[in-house]
Design a protein around this ligand. Structure first.
Ligand code: FES
Length: 107
């Protein structure tokens, strides 16, 4: 597929998709419905989705299919969610994860 036809394909897809709004570390963002959380974060310019427990090194999308666990994030207060395995939803609160992550207490 040429770059021209690839760009045309993405533009056509984007025009049909409903847009969902979500937050990443409290910052508002949006993505096409059905997009994975990992892809939505990538499109928003986020490459580091978590920091490792031992050294605090950044990790991002590696396998993109649920095998490596490098894309762990906190979603709606729940840590250790694989961003590549879940679709972004309206109002979703996504946080980049520090180490093992932490549970958010219910209000
Ligand atoms: S990128 Fe490997 S599990 Fe998500």
């Amino acid at each position: 597929m040429s770059d021209l036809s690839r760009n045309h394909f993405h533009a056509a897809s984007a025009a049909r998709e409903p847009v969902v709004r979500f937050t990443i570390n409290g910052q508002e963002s949006s993505a096409g419905a059905g997009t994975s959380v990992a892809a939505a974060l990538w499109a928003a310019g986020r490459r580091a989705l978590r920091l490792t427990t031992q050294r605090g090194e950044p990790r991002g999308i590696f396998c993109g299919m649920g095998v490596c666990f490098d894309c762990l994030v906190e979603i709606d207060g729940c840590p250790n969610v694989r961003a590549c395995r879940i679709a972004i939803k309206e109002g979703m609160r996504v946080r980049t994860q520090q180490g093992a992550g932490s549970w958010e207490e219910a209000p």
